[in-house]
Design a protein around this ligand. Sequence first.
Ligand SMILES: *Cc1c(COP(=O)(O)O)cnc(C)c1O
Length: 409
Amino acid sequence: MIRINENYQKLAASYLFSEIGRRISAFAAANPDKPIIRMGIGDVTEPLPPACIKAFHEGVDEMANRATFKGYDNNGVGYDFLRKLIAENDFAARGANISADEIFVSDGSKCDTGNIQELFANDITIAVPDPVYTVYVDTNVMAGRTGANENGRYDGLVYLEANEANGFVPAVPAQKADLIYLCFPNNPTGATASREQLTAWVEYAHANKALILFDAAYVAFIRDPKIPQSIFEIEGAREVAIEFRSFSKTAGFTGTRCAYTVIPKDLVAYDKSGKAHSLHAMWNRRHTTKFNGVSYPVQKAAAAVYSAEGQTQVREITDYYLRNAAHVRKVFTELGYACTGGDNSPYIWVKVGGDSWDFFDRLLNEQQVVCTPGAGFGRCGQGYVRLSAFNSYENVVTAMERISKILKK
Ligand SMILES: *Cc1c(COP(=O)(O)O)cnc(C)c1O
């Protein structure tokens, strides 16, 4: 008899974005004449930078010619031309010492942040932020590292609460954790972590022989020069951290697919007897066993992000979204709502009070604007909503005009 992995039965029943989709469809079916503006999405709306499109085309042409045709790439870890550009531009240029062979190119950070847990024992203690990017939690639930879900929290996980009191940057917990998920600039809160705050986490990891998984998917939105862009800018991080980066939000690659994971060669984790093992070697084994690489034209397109034109164009696109974010933040602030994010992040986390789903329904039903209810990201998200800057400026202005009509206090 074929049997199931019963851990899947523990997953919280309603997936946030399918419930949002259901409510939007129901409203649209009943009100076909009322145009909806979606400010809830975590997906980019601007096309790829022209420099990437040009390189993408060139890559396709090379595949059409026997002399330049490419088959499998380098065991699937990424072409050297791309890994070198990443090491130089994203790390060396910021004083972080990362070599090209510590970079594993992949088709997405969702997969990487979801798959990385395969390297670790089942009885480790895992700390996750609340509110959280749900991939970190659900992939550990599927692997059987949690108990049941009671009142929106899984038994066995340590929840790192992000709230007004700590400025939405969780402090290190009093208890021990072995694996810690951090995401800055944060999805969903838009909060960023300072050098001092990240240093405290690196010190905690050293003290506890723990590992930090640092998701920097939104790094391209950081404008404040004091905010670290990489965990590897923090001294001692090479021994205790893995970093995930993606071209999705940086350069509009959500539909093109390219990301990378940085695993320093110094990084170790321990077996039962306390013997240290290289995580770089283990991830290399896993990646080359289960993955066969990102397509050549896509890696060419990703490399073009680092050209002079690519850098200018990526900056223009992220500036465009940041202008949207600033407008959303300004209007909500003027209406008297406390906001986080929206300056070094495309997300604005608005304190609306009460039930986040009620606020969601009100915006949708009364003004046809879609936000994301904070409660869908965890218990600490109750009373908040996430607004996304991924839309046209015109739509953002219209959405904020509509919202202002009903929220004037
Ligand atoms: C969008 C996003 C990613 C990127 O995912 P891809 O699979 O690379 O598109 C990673 N982490 C967070 C928190 C995100 O919001």
